[in-house]
Structure formats: structure tokens, C-alpha cells
Write a protein that binds this ligand. Structure first.
Ligand code: HEC
Ligand code: HEC
Length: 157
């Protein structure tokens, strides 16, 4: 909705936009097209980006909570049976990506293999990174963890 259908040169107006976010989660964007009688730029595209949080994601959580019953259907079960990048995409990318709470793959790839493996197995103290090793109550076996280390080291750029 535009605050006025007629604006003189240099005059300002407001455009209010409402977005139906039902069923959406995470980053989303919408393009809004503004049509005017300006001959040199009749259509202006405005991009609105937003981050949709649901109730589960509004509350505080502790590392390892994503393995709990409330969270695992999305944060653990999607990765089951997967390895390598597919597994990274299912279980890790929601935190390890540009604009998210943890470093993207390129940033992590510079660390030594041992360090990466240890961080995945045991988690990182004082952060939301849980220990994924089955020995620590996590959901991943040795070969799965190894495949993730390979993905991270392979990114190497
Ligand atoms: C219905 C599926 C679903 C459930 C249930 C769920 N999550 Fe998520 N969660 C997601 C998705 C999808 C994303 C990635 C959103 C994005 O990146 O746009 C996400 C992202 C996250 C992130 C990353 C936020 C960031 O920006 O770094 C955290 C932390 C998280 N969830 C914690 C939890 C916790 C804790 C629970 C349980 C209390 C939970 N989630 C339950 C689907 C779910
Ligand atoms: C709930 C969010 C979250 C999830 C899911 C998550 N991590 Fe993390 N991870 C973090 C945070 C926060 C850190 C510490 C800050 C940082 O290093 O960016 C971290 C640190 C790390 C580190 C150490 C990086 C460094 O440079 O010191 C590695 C390696 C890592 N995570 C790998 C993974 C892998 C592989 C997965 C998927 C199995 C995963 N993480 C899932 C949040 C998460």
C-alpha cells in the first residue's frame, strides 16, 4: 500500500508491505515493483529481505539441544544416511554459512585436519557447537565425521 498515489518531485511517501510468512522459516526475500510516470525509470524494483523465526527458534538453546526430541527431526534426521557435502548441507549449513552464527566452510578449511575433527567430535566450548560424535551422545559415526572433515578441507579456498 502506498501512502499517496501522487508524489511531486522530491516528495516522500511510504509503501507498506505485508508478507504472509506462514510455513516459511529462515531467510526469504520479496521483490516489490513500484510503477511511476518517471519516463527514465518507470519501474523500480525494491528487494525486501527478512529472516523468519518460528517459536522454536525464538527461545534460547544450549549446545546439543538440536539433538533433542523437539529439534532432531529437522536438525539430525535429515542428515541420516548421508555423507560428505550432502550431510554438511543437512546438518551443518544452517549455522555455518555467510550471515549465520558460525564460520562458513571457506573460513574453517584453513584450520588443521586434527583441529576440525576434534571440533566436530567434541564441540566447541562456550559456543552453540555441540559434539557430534556418537561417543558424546551425538548422532554421527566415525566415517560420517571423517567425510565432513574431507568436505571442509576440500573447500580450500
Ligand atoms: C521444523 C524444522 C525445525 C525444527 C523442529 C527446528 N529447527 Fe532449527 N532450523 C531449521 C532450519 C530450516 C534452519 C535454517 C534456517 C535458515 O538458515 O534459513 C534452522 C536453523 C537453526 C539454527 C541456526 C541459526 C543461525 O542463524 O545460526 C539454530 C541454532 C537452530 N535452528 C536451533 C534449533 C533448536 C534449538 C531447535 C529445537 C528447540 C530447532 N532448531 C528446531 C529447522 C528446524
Ligand atoms: C547450532 C549451530 C551449529 C551447527 C548445527 C553446527 N555448528 Fe559447527 N560451530 C558452531 C559455532 C557457533 C562454532 C564456533 C564459532 C565458529 O567457529 O564459527 C562452530 C565451530 C565449528 C568448527 C571449528 C571451526 C573453527 O574455525 O574453529 C568446525 C570444524 C565445525 N563447527 C564444524 C561443524 C560441522 C561439520 C557441523 C555439522 C555436523 C556443524 N559444525 C554444525 C555452530 C554450529
Amino acid at each position: 500500500m502506498a501512502s499517496s498515489s501522487r508524489l511531486g518531485p522530491k516528495e516522500k511517501g511510504k509503501v507498506s508491505v505485508s508478507v504472509d510468512v506462514r510455513g516459511r522459516l529462515g531467510s526469504m526475500s520479496k521483490t516489490i515493483q513500484v510503477y511511476t510516470n518517471d519516463p527514465s525509470r518507470p519501474v523500480t524494483n525494491l528487494l525486501v529481505t527478512m529472516y523468519v523465526k518460528d517459536r522454536l527458534h525464538m527461545s534460547k538453546f544450549t549446545a546439543g539441544e538440536i539433538f533433542s526430541d523437539r529439534c532432531k527431526r529437522c536438525h539430525v534426521e535429515q542428515g541420516m544416511g548421508k555423507k560428505g557435502f550432502e550431510l554438511f548441507r543437512a546438518d551443518c549449513i544452517m549455522c555455518h554459512n555467510n550471515g549465520k552464527s558460525a564460520s562458513p566452510i571457506q573460513g574453517m578449511s584453513k584450520k588443521p585436519r586434527e583441529y576440525i575433527s576434534n571440533a566436530i567430535r567434541n564441540g566447541v566450548d562456550g559456543t552453540s557447537m555441540p559434539g557430534w560424535d556418537a561417543r558424546n551422545g551425538g548422532p554421527l559415526k566415525d566415517e560420517e565425521i571423517e567425510s565432513l572433515v574431507n568436505v571442509i578441507k576440500g573447500a580450500g579456498f
